[in-house]
Design a protein around this ligand. Structure first.
Ligand SMILES: [Zn+2]
Length: 159
């Protein structure tokens, strides 16, 4: 898989704790959630870096077996999201879900990433996908970039 070192996604300890709680609540189902925050573009003499800062995490009730296509398939969820984005004055920066083992995107995940990317909605264009391994809560981040699934640099913990 391609790796893009110029895209860095920061998840601080407060957000990590919320993610871990969300996974606990969802068990034995997969946890779903999303992260709001900011994206900062840094220009180092024409070499662009993108820093994503996580500022709030929202856990989605997984007891009804919700899928990660929740926003595009659920008008109610989309309305809630738009309200939160407006209220908190932040961007949607990541969609997160857990796997029973590992953080490798499944074929369904790849399909969904493409689906969001090609939805024509601006807020989904630069979306990061975070997958958490529910055995040890380790996570990895991915982006759909230039028609290719690309892993990004994820920095977890206080910085
Ligand atoms: Zn998945």
């Amino acid at each position: 898989m391609r790796f893009e070192k110029d895209i860095v996604f920061y998840v601080n300890d407060t957000i990590v704790e919320k993610i871990n709680n969300c996974i606990k609540l969802a068990s034995p189902n997969e946890a779903n959630g999303y992260i709001l925050g900011n994206i900062q573009e840094v220009n180092n003499n024409g070499d662009f870096n993108y820093n994503y800062s996580s500022l709030s995490f929202h856990c989605i009730d997984s007891t009804k077996g919700s899928e990660i296509s929740f926003f595009l398939d659920n008008e109610q969820k989309m309305l809630e999201l738009n309200t939160q984005i407006k209220n908190e004055n932040l961007k949607l920066i990541a969609i997160l879900h857990s796997h029973p083992a590992g953080t490798t995107p499944s074929s369904t995940d790849k399909h969904n990433m493409k689906y969001y990317h090609n939805s024509g909605l601006k807020k989904f264009t630069h979306l990061i996908w975070i997958i958490v391994d529910s055995r040890n809560n380790k996570m990895n981040g991915f982006i759909y970039l230039n028609n290719k699934l690309t892993q990004i640099k994820l920095i977890v913990g206080d910085y």
